[in-house]
Write a protein that binds this ligand. Structure first.
Ligand code: PLP
Length: 451
């Protein structure tokens, strides 16, 4: 047996993968990734694979940055762990919170740390309910979210999310969560203009608030650009109308920046790109470029003031883990000092947009949409009609993803959409390779379907 086959057999025997049907894996064996540098992964057979997904939308500064390894080692030697419960704190947590307060828009200026995006969204659920409780309106309990949104996998964050497959497995959503549709103009079909469609989707929020009763709604949560739900770039009319509605009914706005944050959309935060003023932002992933598990909630001064009036009975052992904070700080320094966010906005982002949108000329592709460095293409048998495939949703997406993988390109599929979210340091030459391999993989998928 080759070393790879041995690893795959052990993996199949003992390792349960997230979001993976076991039987599907056992047939083939999972690809074993052994090293990574910049935007390139190496597997156990020595193949070099272009990572069009930055891991799971997180390795914003690219792989292999020694500075982050050094920051971790330094912090581990000095203070590998101490908690931030009660009345203790430490330098990495203080400095990271202060830096995030500087970077975050508006008066978002207090950070509650968590170990992941899921934990941070669980925190948010408790935060908004505690906020209204302290404001003397404890009946404001309901948080409105969107179908197909992904806000994490814990029971709370999974309930906030709108993944029906996840809910169908039982116990979710927990009470006090409601959902409206995602503003996916392309998949909706029909003859409404994108502008009218955007307004209609935003109107669903107002209708839902009125249905529940405005005095019972605590918050609305959404990603500025929905990521795992298919990189759904909303029509331009959508966010201004949502902003008007949350203001009119006085409900809190939570922007889930787990994917959109830290340069992904060409600004530090997706809220800035979409012109949103949230009361709370969820952060994770790009905060440390995935080098350490860390997430958090950034709160406005007003939310922090109200919460601070009570004892917020909530926290994680690893809230503000010193090693994760030290690594995140170093990551933010690199993003800033190397001008990576500006480059995405002004240079490599526009270059990628131009190339990526040309994929819409492929016979298998309907729309191609991209903001900064998160983009998706909708696969279709019939462009003009914006038609879905006759086969079960996701079948053609899976075929295309497998063609990409065979061509040493990681692209993800969500149903019959193909997604990219490469490291933000991707060069123009690497963008050319990404687009070439995507086109080639689409050709192969197309030929396979014609057979
Ligand atoms: N929120 C969004 C928008 C995400 O995309 C994710 C993960 O993909 C999460 C929350 C959950 O984050 P984590 O996997 O770190 O728990």
């Amino acid at each position: 047996n080759s070393p790879t086959a041995e690893l795959q057999a052990l993996d199949a025997a003992h390792h349960m993968h997230p979001f993976t049907h076991g039987a599907g894996l056992r047939g083939k064996g999972a690809r074993v990734i052994t090293r990574a540098e910049g935007c390139w992964l190496t597997d156990s057979d020595g193949n070099r694979i272009l990572d069009g997904m930055a891991g799971l939308w997180c390795v914003n500064i690219g792989y292999g940055r020694e500075e982050l390894a050094e920051a971790a080692a330094r912090q581990m030697r000095e203070l590998p762990f101490y908690n931030t419960f009660f009345q203790t704190t430490h330098v990495p947590a203080i400095n990271l919170a202060a830096r995030l307060a500087e970077l975050a828009p508006g008066d978002l200026n207090h950070v509650f740390f968590a170990g992941s995006g899921s934990e941070a969204n669980d925190t948010n659920l408790r935060l908004v309910r505690t906020y209204w409780h302290e404001k003397g309106q404890p009946e404001r309990q309901v948080v409105i979210s969107r179908w197909n949104a992904y806000h994490g996998s814990s029971v709370g964050s999974g309930s906030l999310g709108g993944m029906k497959g996840m809910h169908a497995q039982g116990g979710m959503p927990i009470p006090g969560i409601a959902h409206i549709d995602q503003p996916d103009w392309w998949s909706a079909g029909g003859d409404q203009s994108p502008e009218d469609f955007g307004l209609a989707m935003a109107k669903q929020l107002e209708d839902k608030i009125l249905e529940i009763g405005p005095d019972k709604v605590a918050a609305f949560i959404a990603e500025p650009v929905q990521g795992a739900g298919g990189v759904i770039v909303p029509p331009e009319t959508y966010w201004p109308e949502i902003s008007r509605i949350v203001k009119e009914y006085g409900i809190l706005l939570i922007a889930d920046e787990v994917i959109c944050g830290f340069g992904r959309t060409g600004n530090w935060f997706g809220s800035q790109t979409m012109g949103i003023t949230p009361d709370i932002m969820t952060i994770a992933k790009g905060l440390s470029s995935g080098y350490q598990p860390i997430g958090g909630s950034i709160l406005s001064g007003e939310v922090a003031r109200v919460i601070s009036d009570t004892e917020f009975n909530h926290g994680y052992t690893y809230s503000g883990h010193p090693v994760a904070c030290a690594v995140a700080l170093e990551n933010l320094r690199i993003l800033d000092e190397e001008g990576i966010v500006t480059r995405v906005r002004e240079d490599t982002g526009p270059y990628l947009k131009n190339k990526f949108e040309s994929l819409a000329d492929h016979p298998l592709v309907g729309e191609a949409k991209i903001v900064g460095m998160m983009g998706s293409i909708a696969l279709t048998p019939e462009k003009a009609a914006r038609a879905p495939f006759a086969a079960e949703a996701g079948t053609v997406g899976l075929i295309t993803r497998e063609r990409c993988f065979a061509n040493n390109l990681v692209m993800r599929h969500v149903g019959d959409r193909m997604i990219i979210s490469p490291p933000l340091v991707i060069s123009k030459e690497e963008i050319d390779i990404l687009i070439e391999r995507a086109w080639e993989s689409l050709d192969e998928a197309h030929a396979q379907l014609e057979r």
